[in-house]
Design a protein around this ligand. Sequence first.
Ligand code: 5GP
Ligand code: ZN
Length: 114
Amino acid sequence: MTDCLFCKIVKKEIPSDIIFETDTLMAFKDINPQAPHHILIIPKNHITTVNDLDERDSELIGELVLAAKDLAKELEIAEPGYRLLFNCNADGGQDVFHIHLHLLGGRKMTWPPG
Ligand code: 5GP
Ligand code: ZN
């Protein structure tokens, strides 16, 4: 997708603070962090929303969650705890239409979310 912000980040046409990348995933710091640790983990291939996932994406989504879990451990937030979150469409608060898993930690999260 030529016009997608996160596809541009994947192609490094837009700079980002990259935490890691693999053949299939990239993780980078959120530009407007909502917690001391706020990282976005994305598939390199464009997928617009969670609604667009199907069974063929099972392994990819598993990779995203496992990558988040590993990062949480590296950041030493695994034991105190953290939040993983996908926003979907308008009511879910999705602003960037390339799926991304938010990893938030380093402070106590509130529930319910706003
Ligand atoms: P959403 O609301 O779609 O779930 O989350 C989009 C996230 O992307 C927001 O937390 C926002 O701060 C972040 N974001 C938006 N534009 C950029 C950018 O250019 N670079 C980075 N690193 N994060 C961005
Ligand atoms: Zn994209």
